[in-house]
Unconditional design. Sequence first.
Length: 224
Amino acid sequence: MRTVKSLIVVTGAGISVSAGCELPAVYWHYPQGLCFERVRRVYTQNIDGIERQLHGLHPSVPLPFRKPWPRCIQVHGDIRHAYCVVCRSIVALEPESFQGSRPPSCRSCASRQRRAAAIGVLRPRIRLYDQDDGAIDDEAIQLVVADDSRAPLDALLVVGTALRIPGAARLVDKLLASVRLFADGGVTAWVNPLVQPPTSLASRFDLKVVVEAAALVDMVESIS
């Protein structure tokens, strides 16, 4: 990792599990080893918003369509926000509003006071499995991925995910291709103690590290 110039990290639930839902120290606890300043992007599938606790990893909600894009991209949204199914407005999620069987009404819709217009309801702004209703920045994420795929990239680290959601697997597929296109001696690594990469991607990882995500910190420290 000492020679890495541009690194992209794709994370899954294994990061939060290893961090005890406190801090995903797996790659930020040791910035000299994985070189935080060399991290081009972090694509997180977590919906707990844990990355907000770390300096430099504050995602933008909603994700803009133009640069500059944040260093951290929430691929599946996060549980801190809700959205209206009608007007698409985004609000802070208030857990107490989601008690009972009826979802809360959208205040933005209600404030328009249009009798003929429908008043939408709020839903947590998260992706369930591979739903595609346009609520989780899908178009903007595609723009970021396209930009990252065109940029020189010499390392890809996939940590704590099984890539069972097709959209996440497609994301990694594009980034793997980018490493091979631009990098001379680039490295791709899969870190997961239980799950191997999907069959269609397995041969394209140079390293398969069978450890808990947090243990990666100790490994990097020992060889640096």
